[in-house]
Design a protein around this ligand. Structure first.
Ligand SMILES: Nc1ncnc2c1ncn2[C@@H]1O[C@H](COP(=O)(O)OP(=O)(O)OP(=O)(O)O)[C@@H](O)[C@H]1O
Length: 580
């Protein structure tokens, strides 16, 4: 609950105004019901118009408030809630940005989507529909009990046990409710993740004939969610039944006590309806809050998931605010770098030492899991090294603010993500202020201009409309165009592993040659043709450097490189030596 108030931020005053309007509303209901019952009971016992005037005037004043206060409460609570929701969503996206990708890689994208959208939406229930009724439920009965005690203390005493019992119901079921709330939100997150996974992997599922099995997995997740919902509904139903029973018992107790008091002369008969109406009205805010409070466990679970994201420390933090002075020479040095992904995990890379001279292209090669991507991630400072150092132009990369470091480096990933905005904007992500002509020039250099012009709307085509119609090679050329446009002095390329057709491969190779020109380049290389065009090759084996040199130097020494080449050539069915 404390976490929820922390999320309020500057909107707490608006919510306080909503809460005060809610209290005012319930007090007005209480007062008008009491006064109304008083007027009616006096009217039927023959009171004169003069005697009724005070009550009627009070009713006349109370009626407009009866309409205005609930409207005000609902309006202010919703405005506050929607503003808080927008703020929290912004904080969650900012946290994703801060935590990417170290934390995000460990969570499934559907589950994160669920946290960013559904969990945040769930907070509306708390801010717009629960907080104000909760405060009213705590204050209004006290006022009603006081009013009843003024008529006769026995009436207040008759009502009090039911009210106390009602307040205890949520506490009685709290632990069960909390566990169910956490379970339900987690199951929903899992189902979301499974659904997103299924949609993203549709092509693989269809081509591998595994669609049915995936549907079964989805059904299992769905079943788990259903079970969690049923458990939640059972507890919620029990709470509802107990609340109803206690309300009825409380009302009967007041009725009975009032009747006994009237017959024994302890209470004027005209106050009998007033007492009963007051007692009935007292229960309204309590019942209203137990109604919404039944789902508060869901809100608390959602808030906890959100707070986990907001409070997770980022994998890297800036230790400086300004970059080193002067021009930075694009020379990269890895010196005795060691890194592991978690305290309980083995080293992913150990004692890595190599350098890339300005304008040089170094290819990182090695078996899957050898540590190639880890080296590239460390250079981009997605994680910090555990030992050793990485420098650019002689400056430790930790001595650059992250934004400045990432301006020096551009990445062409294996599988480029295209946003559903026109292709021209997708390329422009490399440099948002670039003109259309500059974008087209970059696309031309990346061998992407021709195929883009061939699309229905050319550069204005939306990738979403194309579905999966852009090939891997075409996507990669768009990423290369982005990189050319960004024009950073250091380039990291993660070459696609999947096979491109020969034509596509030649076009990608030409695009790569164009983007590499005059840039310090680190390529995670998978293709022989790429390896052969590198100035030098760094061979990684089990997270360690197993050889550095030109292709010629490396093939002259039988070792990890020759084994790797032999394995690759056997796989591709090509003859050895490759450069023959
Ligand atoms: N996010 C991660 N969390 C934990 N371990 C990881 C993570 N990423 C990589 N590893 C581990 O670190 C080691 C190096 O992996 P890395 O991805 O750098 O290899 P790679 O040579 O790039 O492989 P590939 O060619 O298959 O991408 C491997 O043992 C891998 O299992």
């Amino acid at each position: 609950m404390l976490a929820l108030t922390k999320l309020l931020g500057p909107h707490r005053w608006l919510l306080l105004a909503a809460v005060l309007s809610g209290i005012a509303h319930h007090l007005v209901v209480l007062a008008s019901a009491g006064v109304g019952a008083w007027v009616v009971s006096h009217a039927i016992t023959g009171a004169s118009a003069d005697e009724l005037r005070g009550g009627l005037i009070a009713l006349g004043l109370l009626l407009p408030l009866l309409a205005v206060t609930p409207w005000l409460e609902s309006y202010l609570a919703h405005v506050a809630a929607f503003r808080v929701l927008a703020d929290v969503r912004g904080q969650v996206y900012a946290a994703f940005d801060r935590l990417a990708p170290g934390y995000l890689l460990q969570r499934r994208s559907g589950d994160l989507g669920s946290a960013a959208i559904a969990d945040v939406e769930q907070l509306e229930l708390w801010f717009a529909h629960t907080l104000s009724p909760l405060v009213s439920a705590a204050t209004v009965p006290v006022a009603a009990l006081t009013a009843l005690a003024v008529f006769h203390p026995a009436l207040a005493l008759a009502l009090a046990p039911a009210l106390v019992a009602l307040a205890l119901v949520p506490a009685w079921l709290r632990r069960r409710a909390q566990a169910q709330g956490a379970e339900l939100r987690a199951r929903l997150g899992e189902l979301n993740a499974e659904a997103v996974d299924t949609i993203q992997g549709l092509r693989e599922l269809i081509t591998s004939g595994a669609g049915e099995r995936q549907l079964d997995r989805l059904a299992v997740q769905d079943g788990r969610l259903l079970e969690a919902k049923l458990a939640h509904a059972r507890r919620s139903g029990l709470e509802h039944a107990v609340t109803n029973a206690l309300t009825t018992i409380g009302l009967l107790a007041v009725l009975l006590t009032a009747a006994l008091l009237v017959t024994s002369g302890g209470l004027a008969a005209t106050f009998f309806p007033v007492a009963v109406v007051l007692a009935a009205t007292t229960f309204a805010p309590v019942v209203a809050v137990t109604d919404v409070a039944r789902d508060v466990n869901l809100v608390l679970a959602a808030a906890e998931r959100i707070m986990t994201i907001l409070t997770t420390p980022p994998p890297v933090t800036d230790r400086v605010t300004t970059p080193p002075p002067g021009p930075i020479e694009p020379r990269v040095n890895f010196t005795n770098v060691r890194f592991r992904y978690g305290p309980a995990l083995p080293d992913a890379v150990t004692d890595i030492t190599f350098d890339i001279a300005p304008g040089e292209t170094v290819a990182l090669v090695g078996h899957s899991g050898a540590g190639k991507s880890t080296c590239a991630s460390l250079l981009m400072r997605l994680w910090d090294v555990d030992a050793g150092s990485i420098t650019i132009g002689g400056h430790d990369i930790r001595d650059f603010p992250q934004d400045d470091l990432r301006r020096l480096i551009t990445l062409v990933p294996q599988d480029v993500h295209l946003f559903d905005i026109p292709l021209i904007e997708n390329i422009r992500l490399g440099r948002p202020e670039a003109t259309r002509d500059e974008v087209i020039a970059a696309a031309r250099a990346a061998q992407a201009d021709e195929f883009i012009r061939g699309l229905p709307d050319g550069y204005d085509t939306l990738p979403g409309e194309l579905g999966a119609r852009l090939s891997g090679g075409q996507r990669q050329r768009i990423a290369i165009a982005r990189a050319i446009l960004k024009d950073a002095p250091i380039l990291i390329m993660d070459e696609a592993v999947s096979n491109l057709d020969t034509e596509s491969e030649q076009e990608v190779a030409a695009a790569m040659a164009s983007v590499r020109r005059d840039r310090t380049t680190l390529i995670i290389a998978h293709r022989l043709s790429t390896i052969l065009t590198a100035d030098r090759i760094v061979v990684l084996e089990n997270g360690r450097v197993a050889g550095i040199g030109t292709h010629q130097e490396l093939i002259e020494r039988p070792g990890p490189y020759t084994r790797l080449m032999a394995a690759q050539l056997t796989g591709s069915g090509r003859a050895w030596p490759p450069d023959a």
